[in-house]
Design a protein. Structure first.
Length: 290
């Protein structure tokens, strides 16, 4: 369309047909709310220009700002916002539990924790990274939910992916350790790789001496010596490794569907955290975005 004169003699702004799709929803909402803002208001040709639509958009925002201030929060919160809140708190909860467990292992609060930290440090540190990333991501999401800020929620949705990858990495690392020939692998490591200090850690925690017996690559001290009655570490160590790694990958993989649920909720609901209309055009912002 070209330029046309308004009834008052002033020039109207240029109306670009390519903006029709992005502004049509705004125009319809303004037409519906026209009677609430200005009784007996009739749409004019000037309302179809960019200047007219911008003016009507500001009127709509003034009305919504007033309603938003008067309504209680539980009426303003959409179902999508409640779902986002639930999923974020869920991730915050299980990430905090994982962090507590990891700190317990690092501080040797659990039985035989010294063995787990010494020989499975990769899994421990991956779990720590996953839990810290989960807590930080949940904090980003909660801030975006409370502030109803879609930029923060976009970052929250993106950060859920590395958190998911870290939890899967913990499970994969532990599962791979249970599938290999543990008995042969542990014996080879005991004979060729472990230092005396590492053998002492296993012997002290599992109350054994040597691998197959006291005389088979034993690390001698006050408890372990050739004539001791302590059994070899082969059976106890093999069982401990199996139980520990199985516990790690079971709990890690059990969090995968929960994490996928959190990610799905974020993808579907982060753009509907409130009931506000968005203009779809740069320069026309809601009062929350100003």
């Amino acid at each position: 369309m070209g330029r046309s004169d308004s009834p008052s003699g002033g020039k109207l702004g240029t109306f670009d047909g390519t903006n029709t799709a992005s502004l049509s929803s705004t125009h319809r909402s303004r037409k519906q709310l026209g009677s609430e803002i200005e009784p007996n208001y009739n749409m004019t040709e000037s309302d179809m220009t960019l200047e007219g639509l911008a003016e009507r958009w500001q009127s709509y925002q003034a009305l919504m700002r007033k309603r938003y201030a008067e309504e209680p929060f539980f009426k303003r919160w959409t179902k999508s916002k409640w779902m986002l809140l639930f999923s974020s708190l869920l991730m915050l909860g299980y990430s905090a539990v994982v962090l507590v467990v990891v700190v317990g292992y690092k501080s040797e609060r659990f039985e035989n924790a010294e063995v787990a930290v010494e020989f499975h440090g990769t899994i421990i540190y991956l779990a720590m990274a996953a839990s810290i990333a989960g807590i930080a991501t949940a904090a980003v999401g909660l801030y975006g939910i409370v502030r109803e800020n879609r930029v923060w929620l976009s970052w929250y949705t993106f950060l859920l992916w590395p958190v998911f990858a870290l939890y899967v990495a913990v499970g994969y690392e532990a599962f791979a350790g249970t599938q290999s020939n543990r008995r042969a692998r542990l014996q080879k490591a005991w004979n060729n790789t472990y230092t005396r200090e590492q053998r002492l850690i296993v012997q002290k925690n599992l109350k054994c001496c040597g691998f197959q017996g006291p005389s088979y690559f034993g690390a001698y001290d006050m408890r372990c010596f050739p004539m001791t009655n302590l059994p070899g570490c082969q059976y106890k160590y093999n069982q401990y490794e199996y139980n520990l790694l199985t516990t790690f990958w079971t709990y890690s993989f059990s969090l995968v569907p929960v994490q996928l649920f959190v990610m799905l909720v974020a993808l579907l609901c982060s753009n509907h955290v409130d009931g506000m209309l968005r203009s779809g055009r740069p320069g026309l912002k809601s009062f929350k975005e100003e």
